[in-house]
Design a protein around this ligand. Structure first.
Ligand code: NAD
Ligand code: ISE
Length: 336
């Protein structure tokens, strides 16, 4: 069986996912694409032998499209995910699920009304081998109960349209999801500090940011987001438990030790660092569609929870105060 996929958004990650779905994964083929930039959509479609549809809504409602990937800009996600649910089609939505807590709530409500889970969110770290090992080490109890986690989300260089808010709702949103998943508990409060400014960044871009999350267990998580740190794309995490620590390494990088020195490579960007995770998340999504089983990956509830934390962090950035995260209680619909 081949699952015919329509991809909305043929930018950086849209093109990456199209390549995966066509070339790397068995059982899927991209048959249609759509982008607000029609020329870009046409160029990509010609390259992969797909049709171009005028809008994302046309693509979702096209009878030849079995399932949908949403890889357009965040503010467009709500409309497309709601339309996919209405049409009863599985939808893989890149993060963020939607850009506000209330938009995510509308998606969660629509999915429950539909009665079957159809949405998987692109929080690919849950599929990354190094993060999976970190979770396994934490769950095994070897380091005791987790007390603290130190995280770094370091980006070598961002575009001029990258804002301080995006350091929270575009970058750190990955950590917001990851800590809920690894700790198996919710974030209840958040505080954001803007330390000494990195001179590589525009004066108005608060860089770095230092975010502190309070978990409902009382554990604390700190997240450094550096937007222009130049040396590489470095995603780090160390959990401090009652009995030991577990830390994340940049997975497959080779380390060479010679002449009393050790050297290794740091990835240049998210494509290089997380390519295995992107493959695995899409493979999992496709196999769920093939077998008719609801997606087991990050759900729209997880998308909602991460956006609630992001909304609180944005408020904390403005006010300088600690802000409570107000999550509704999770419906049983999202239990498994
Ligand atoms: P991009 O700017 O390269 O591409 C986005 C594309 O969406 C553009 O081609 C744009 O024309 C198109 N678009 C905008 N509005 C549209 C609309 N209404 N209909 C159809 N197309 C529309 O951005 P990107 O880096 O590819 O990011 C896209 C999404 O993927 C964002 O939500 C981003 O947060 C997410 N992303 C996730 C990861 C990850 O690690 N999971 C990495 C990069 C990007
Ligand atoms: C980008 O959109 C991603 O999602 C990457 O994973 C993240 O590291 C980067 O900061 C974002 O801009």
């Amino acid at each position: 069986m081949t699952v015919n996929i329509g991809v909305i958004g043929t930018g950086l990650i849209g093109q990456d996912h199209i390549r995966r779905l066509n070339m790397m994964l068995a059982g899927s083929a991209v048959v249609a694409v759509s982008d607000a930039d029609n020329e870009r959509a046409r160029e990509v479609a010609d390259r992969v032998g797909a049709r171009v549809l005028p809008t994302g809504l046309d693509l979702i409602n096209d009878p030849d499209v079995d399932a949908v990937v949403v890889a357009s800009w965040g503010p467009t996600h709500e409309e497309f995910v709601l339309a996919a649910i209405e049409s009863g089609k599985s939808v893989f939505c890149e993060k963020p699920l939607a850009t506000t807590q209330s938009a995510c709530q509308r998606i969660v409500s629509a999915e429950q009304e539909h009665g079957k889970r159809l949405v998987q969110v692109g929080f690919m770290r849950r599929y990354d081998a190094a993060y999976l090992a970190l979770k396994e080490a934490t769950d095994s109890g070897e380091i005791g109960a987790p007390l603290l986690m130190h995280c770094a989300h370091r980006i070598p260089q961002v575009a001029d349209n990258f804002t301080s808010e995006m350091a929270i709702n575009d970058a750190a949103i990955h950590e917001f999801d990851m800590v809920r998943w690894i700790f198996g508990s919710e974030v209840v409060g958040v505080r954001v500090f803007a330390p000494r400014h990195n001179r590589n960044s525009r004066p108005e871009l608060l860089d770095p940011l230092f975010i502190i999350l309070e978990m409902d267990s009382g554990a604390l998580v700190d997240i450094e987001v550096s937007a222009n740190i130049r040396y590489g794309y470095d995603i780090r995490g160390e959990i401090v438990g009652e009995l030991g620590t577990a830390s994340l390494e940049n997975s497959s990088a080779l380390e060479i030790r010679s002449a009393f020195q050790a050297r290794t490579q740091v990835p240049g960007d998210w494509q290089a660092r997380f390519s295995q995770a992107y493959d695995s998340e899409l493979r999992d999504w496709i196999s769920g569609i093939e077998t008719g089983v609801s997606p087991k990956g990050p759900s729209s509830w997880d998308g909602y929870a991460a956006t609630c934390i992001a909304d609180a962090a944005l408020e904390a950035l403005q006010s300088g105060n600690s802000v409570a995260v107000n999550l509704e209680s999770r419906p049983t619909f999202y239990d498994s």
